[in-house]
Structure formats: structure tokens, C-alpha cells
Write a protein that binds this ligand. Sequence first.
Ligand code: TYM
Length: 335
Amino acid sequence: PKVSLTGIKPTGEPHLGNYIGAIKPALELAGGAESIYFIADYHALTSVRDPELLGRWTRSVAATWLAAGLDPERTIFYRQSDVPEIFELHWVLSCFSAKGLMNRAHAYKAARDRNREAGVEDLDAGVNMGLFNYPVLMAVDILIMEADLVPVGKDQLQHVEYAADIAGAFNAVYGDAFRLKIPKAVVPTEDSGRTLPGTDGRKMSKSYGNTIPLFAPEAELRKTVRRIPTDSTPVEAPKDPDASSVFQLLSHFADPATTAEVRARLEAGGMGWGELKDKLYVVLNEQLGPLRERYDALMQPGSELEELLAIGAAKARRRAQPVLEQVRKAIGIGG
Ligand code: TYM
């Protein structure tokens, strides 16, 4: 059977984009594949420097997976930092990762572009080696678990391609002794997935500060939805649903019949943005309410969260150890 793997970085509270882009598709894949899910807590260290927040967000991502329906018995579910084998293999594979490839990585290039736009002379200012090495660590996450499929949003596609590239570079040298499995990204298709817009119409992203948290309390959820900017088209005027991020958000969460009905009403005129936002709030609350209860329970101190993560870490290490062992043998380390 195929093995699927995906991770989320705890750099903030999980948001609707993570849910639609990664969590939901990954859990749907679980039916047909052996599945592995993890919290990429060491990845977050490239930017999160508050120990309290790093801990809280890590628990929050873990609780989100479970609340969304992950079955810890049937899957492997762990914190990246609990699997030391990952960090040993990280060194090995960094020796097979072309620096030029990393120079072209999106996140690194974006950091340099920001400096260029701000007129900062040293384009690498503020870039730490963690950010630069980020794709290598992500490749190891994938390769050490011998994943076939990696369900991710479009923004992570390049990273999965890098993982395949790095595995290929290793295999080209040691392939007769041991081969790393070449992974494939599974990106939601245009109509099912798309990139979810945030409250300002740009891609919903923690770094843009435009996210709608998945499990915000009702009052906060309502307020966030109300604050999504819309234009001043009058209530009675016809509107283009596809140009509206509120409608796009709705279409991801409402059933097809509701979505079609709202689309028709917007196009005909007579439905205002305020009513559309209220509808979005109601649909989100209906869908997420039951999950939120389970999430809140898991976030209580003394919940079963830590125990589940410990069980998951043991399973993950059992899977990673033989891969690392074979790599060490193939390269001639450790006798
Ligand atoms: P992260 O934590 O930024 O995002 C987690 C997942 O959510 C998807 N996503 C979105 N999808 C659609 N619309 C959006 N607005 C949106 N925002 C985020 C992302 O594509 C991602 O799939 N580097 C990864 C974490 C990681 C990882 C891995 C993933 C580390 N190692 C190994 C897969 C396999 C990241 O930062 O995702």
C-alpha cells in the first residue's frame, strides 16, 4: 500500500487555509494509504523565538489534527523533535543537496526580495541558516519515513520536488547499496482545493496576518468574518461571486447546493455582502463547532495529547531507524 505523509509547522494557530489545503485532503487520503502526520516543530524555530508560544502552537497543531478526525491508532502521529534520527539524516543529506538548488528556494528568495524592496544592501540580512536549510530538513522528514505521497498545498510543491531531487542525488551514488524512495506531491486540484484566500484577498497565510483561525471561539470567528473587507457595491446590484473572497471561503465549506444558491443570488443582485458574511459565519460554525469542542478538550492540561504523541514518537522512530541504519551502512559510517 502507498504511504502518505504530511506536516504542519507550528508558527501560529492553525487556520482555515491549513485545513482546506492540507488537513482535510490528508485525512481523506488516509482511507487508501498508510498515513503519517507530524508537527514540524523544529522547522518553526527559523522564526518563532518565544518558548512559550512554540510550545503552545505545537500543542495546538497536534490538537487540531486529532480534532479534525485523525485516528492515532491507525496512523503514525508525532512531533518532529521527538525523532532524533531525522536530525542525523539531515546532516547526511545536506551533503547531497546542491547549494544552487537552495538559492532558488521560494522562501529564501522571498526573504531576499523583501530586503531588495526595502533597500537593504545585504540581501541575506535576517536570513539564518535554518531558513536556508529548511528544504533539506523537509526532504528528510519525507525520505526517512519512505513516503510515496505528500499531500500539501501548492506553496509546498517546490519543497517536495527538492526532496525527490535530493533522494535522486543520494541514489545516484549509493543506489546499489540502498535507495531512498522518491516521493510525489499531491496538490489539491483547482476546483477542489485552490489556495484559500485570507481576510484581505491574498493567500491566507500566517506571515500575512490575514488568517481565520480554525478554532477561534464563536464571537471571535464572527468578528473576523465581519471584518473581511468588501467593496461598496449596493445590496441590490449584481455581484461577481468569483471575485469575492467571502464567496470563495463559503464555497469551500458549504454544501454544493447552498453554494450554487448563493452564487445565483449574488449574480442576480439582492444579496448584500453583510448577508453573505453572516451566511459564511453560520456555515463555518456549523462545520467547525463539533471539532472545536474536541479541540478545546485536548488543549486542557492533563488531556491525553502528550500520551498520544509519545506513542506516536515510538512508532515513528521504529520506522525511521532502519532507514537511517541502511544509509549509514551505505555511506560507510559507524563500521
Ligand atoms: P505550513 O505549516 O506553512 O502549512 C501547512 C499546510 O497547509 C497548506 N496551506 C495552505 N493550503 C491552501 N491555502 C492556503 N492559504 C494555505 N496555507 C497553508 C500548506 O501548503 C501545507 O501543506 N514546510 C511545511 C511543513 C512541513 C512539511 C514537511 C509538509 C515540514 N516538513 C514534510 C509536508 C511534508 C510548512 O511550512 O507548511
